[in-house]
Ligand binder design. Structure first.
Ligand code: ZN
Length: 290
């Protein structure tokens, strides 16, 4: 699943080609049309397809930003403003191409679902092999309240005190710390890969209960979450499963992972263990993490 660093790179890859452009038209794949006709809300959430088109076409993409694992497009047509909120799901991606045939990866070429035709002649294509991704068109963030619950961006000053405040709430006190840091209301953008890696760097076992971490461990864990996310951005994200950049190239963070899907601990040489914690596979070293 694309996490903060991967989504950041998708955003950086498409921004130069789409910002300032007018969306001339929107086209949907047969799968999206069939899904919507069967009330399955395939990718396009909350609006009928013709309404989505009406509220997207002829709008200018004024700005684009990443927020947690979402890519947000700010649209304007005359004095009307709309916001596209997109989530890449398990294996979605945006590509900017002249034609769908130019998408370099066959699976993404085959599984395109939404095409935004831009006035510079480019196509902004949303592809999604598993169709778990989402695109919403809303008038304001208030129309999608769960978006407003997301924690401050991890690189902002507000993020650490916000995260620490969650240790005072009941919800996660008796739950594994790993589960808590995966909640984007606690830390924004930290998915499974980066949570495993941050816990390793902090020397904290993922199944430890949140309430059992002392103050120093709590703070240290946050610093390491930020550190692994920064490393992820620096190395262009982790290309383990389906993740690729907008231009089809790969990230190299997978070469810098210590525990996620690794066999042997690079520090002590013991076997890396895998255990399901709160429905997610956790990878950790029982010697280095207590
Ligand atoms: Zn170890």
């Amino acid at each position: 699943m694309p996490e903060l660093p991967e989504v950041e790179h998708v955003k950086r890859g498409i921004q130069p080609f789409v910002q300032g452009q007018t969306i001339e038209s929107v086209v949907f794949s047969d799968k999206v049309k069939e899904g919507k006709a069967a009330n399955k809300e395939t990718i396009i959430k909350g609006l009928a397809l013709d309404t989505f088109q009406h509220l997207t076409e002829k709008f200018v993409i004024k700005d684009i930003e990443r927020r947690s694992k979402y890519i947000v497009f700010y649209l304007q047509r005359d004095d009307e403003e709309r916001i596209l909120i997109s989530h890449l799901g398990m294996a979605g991606g945006f590509f900017v191409v002249d034609s769908v045939e130019d998408i370099s990866v066959a699976n993404y070429r085959k599984h395109w679902h939404v095409i935004f035709k831009l006035n510079n002649g480019k196509l902004l294509v949303y592809s999604d092999i598993r169709r778990f991704g989402e695109i919403r068109n809303v008038s304001s963030f208030e129309a999608y309240p769960s978006f407003l619950e997301i924690a401050p961006e991890p690189f902002t000053e507000a993020a650490m005190p916000h995260y620490l405040s969650w240790f005072g709430k009941k919800l996660y006190q008796n739950k594994p710390i790993k589960q808590m840091i995966l909640d984007h209301r606690v830390i924004s953008g930290c998915g499974n890969i980066y949570a495993c890696e941050a816990l390793f760097r902090a020397g904290i076992h993922p199944a430890r209960l949140s309430k059992d971490l002392n103050h120093q461990e709590r703070e240290m864990l946050f610093y390491y979450v930020r550190e692994v996310l920064e490393a992820g951005i620096k190395y262009g994200g982790t290309s383990i499963s389906d993740y690729l950049h907008a231009d089809g190239s790969k990230g190299s963070m997978q070469l810098h992972l210590n525990v996620y899907k690794q066999k042997v601990c690079k520090v002590c040489g013991n076997d890396i263990e895998t255990q399901v914690i709160a429905t997610r596979n956790s990878h950790f070293c029982t010697t280095c993490q207590k």
